[in-house]
Design a protein around this ligand. Sequence first.
Ligand code: ADP
Ligand code: GLC
Length: 485
Amino acid sequence: MPEIKVLFVTSEVAPLIKTGGLADVSGALPPALRQINVDVRVLVPGYTQVLAKMGPSEVVATFKDLPGFPPSRLIFSIMKSGVPLLVLDCPPLFQREGGPYSDPNGHDWIDNPLRFGLLSKVAAVLGSDESPLSWRPNLVHGNDWQTGLTGVYLSVAKGSVPNIITIHNLAFQGNFRPQKVQLLHLPPASFNVNGIELYGNMSFLKAGLYYAYHITTVSPNYAREIQSAELGFGLQGLLHARRDDITGILNGIDTQEWDPESDKHLHSHFSASRMAGKAHNKLALQMRMGLDSDAGIPLLGIVSRLTHQKGLDLLLEIAPRLLEMPVQLVILGSGEAFMQQAARELALRYPGRVAAMIGFDEGLSHQIEAGADLFIMPSRFEPCGLNQFYSQRYGTPPVVHNTGGLADSVVDCTPETLKNGTASGFVFSGMTANNLFFTIKRAIDLYHDQRKWKALRKNCMSKDFSWETSARAYRRVYMKVLGWK
Ligand code: ADP
Ligand code: GLC
């Protein structure tokens, strides 16, 4: 197995900086790749949080005059997972209070084109003859729109290596005014329908999809869905034309970070053969969240960004009907103001039955996965989704919409699938409040048949969601792009 050197470029990586699943993937896929002889190094912006959390470090390069960008430098460190890390330090662009993409009020940083233009530019420099480092990748692997310009810069660099891009979410495209083309010193000819132009704007993601040698999506089903008008977000034409260059690879999970037998966030540990700990976690969660202590009531859990994508507006709509049954609801999430408000109001209306925590809380997210009986994830679309994996691993069958990676990773519970041992959750088709309601009801009915419920939980917990298989699939893509045998 020949060694492949890969520069993995990402705008977030757990545990240093996380807003969603991209961070989980960037934290867990690289170590899995290193196990199979891929020398992968991660390039990430030097946000304040990253500089504060990274381990011992040294400056390994400076970039004084990249045209259009303020001076920056590269800091080398090693992640806890053992993966070498390159931090792109540029204080005027990355050191500020707020999130990676938006300010503390939730507004996108106005200079995002420059910030992620620089990330893409430096990735391209490191993948070409201009690189100041002695370590040179065979291939650059970018993720999402924030790395989208890498291929454009590589296309005009001397001695450049091939690049691929992984789509984690096509809904975020990084589209900006055409004037940015000049500001970012992109080749003027690239502003073309055969290039980075999208409906009169310049698009980071379109650039990424157009210039990459190969495209991957985070589930096989999503690879098909994005070629349709419904889920192509205006890029379906390009994606359909490039269909032979697209590979869908299902995400895995970090099975050390998410292990009910050793999870540091849990009140008590458990496994498929020792389930008592799960009941303790349920009681601890009820206590922490101010819910009535009740071992027998079905507890529904939600951990999510509160956005249109995640479909929780439907859950909030049916909540009063659901709460006519003996159930409890715990919600952890942040996002759109009206949904945050609706979740808070629901909790006020049903004290002891509904609890809502608005914000981002890593520990609580683990406690909900472990303490809840059912996990609710009715996403309108979901490129992969990670919480449905975590919940299955924690013996908390998920209720999911039949879309994207959810369809690829949850097997609907029917008498047949329960019998043959494949059932692992509840899947509904047709994104309506009624369909969601009756699917949750179906799950609750099964919950009351403890023999069947235990069988279902056991199936969930015996599934293998480790990164190993998927890392091999990425390696095959790298080999193919490089033309290596
Ligand atoms: P997405 O990336 O679209 O938000 P995923 O399911 O792929 O969806 O990943 C979401 C990740 O972010 C999971 O690890 C989930 O536990 C975590 N997460 C989402 N919201 C919160 C929150 N409010 N607090 C803690 N973790 C959260
Ligand atoms: C995105 C998607 C999510 C996916 C994650 C990691 O945030 O919305 O479905 O699991 O990326 O690939």
